[in-house]
Design a protein around this ligand. Sequence first.
Ligand SMILES: C[S@@+](CC[C@H](N)C(=O)[O-])C[C@H]1O[C@@H](n2cnc3c(N)ncnc32)[C@H](O)[C@@H]1O
Length: 224
Amino acid sequence: MLLTSRSHAEYRAMFDLSDADLAGVTLDCAAGASSFAAVASAAGARVLATDPLYAQGADALAARLPDDLVRAQEMHRAAADRFVWDWYGSPARYQEIRVESGTRFLADLRRAPGRYLAAGLPYLPLADRSVDLVLCSHLLFTWAGEHDHAWHRAAVLEMCRVARREVRIFPLVHLGPGEPVEFLGRLRAEVEQVTGARTACPPVPYEFQRGADRMLRIRLHRGQ
Ligand SMILES: C[S@@+](CC[C@H](N)C(=O)[O-])C[C@H]1O[C@@H](n2cnc3c(N)ncnc32)[C@H](O)[C@@H]1O
């Protein structure tokens, strides 16, 4: 799995985030080298980020990020018809955003290491209901070829455990050709039954992988 560095602007679009959504504490789960936590924190939001790769430390991540970004670019070139470039304008601008975002992430990781926790789903080292909103981009569903239904259920329930208000997951299709994930409907029903949450898959104002234009939104009812 490549280290990727989506930007704050991409997160705002992928998760259709408003300023009100970022009130309280937000967790970026499987954050990789995304600059979302850095940029949102600089703007006054309270954000934590988790990823197992953070155990490697900033120097190791800085050493591998340029190669990972080039490998991702080559993958996009080799399968150009699977991607929609409208949101970015051009492949060159896409790559600039990745580099800018990764640079911002690395600077913030060095300046504020306490914001970045080494942790891998389906376990998060956080107390029950300790954050308001959990965001998770490009791990669940994207990697459903490697992680099965039971793993996804455990991962979603873990994110629901630590969230007071909501969990949002993007995208909802497999990596590559972007086929739908066959167990999504069953998973939604199970999560609703276990947590009492309401789930929905609304469209979002972002599409890069063709057909990946919806998020899973899990609204928890706790304390209401
Ligand atoms: C494709 S990257 C996405 C990074 C970031 N969310 C973004 O959109 O740019 C997937 C990330 O998931 C992380 N990851 C892999 N296995 C994980 C797990 N079990 N729990 C949490 N994160 C994991 C990887 O280290 C990687 O940084």
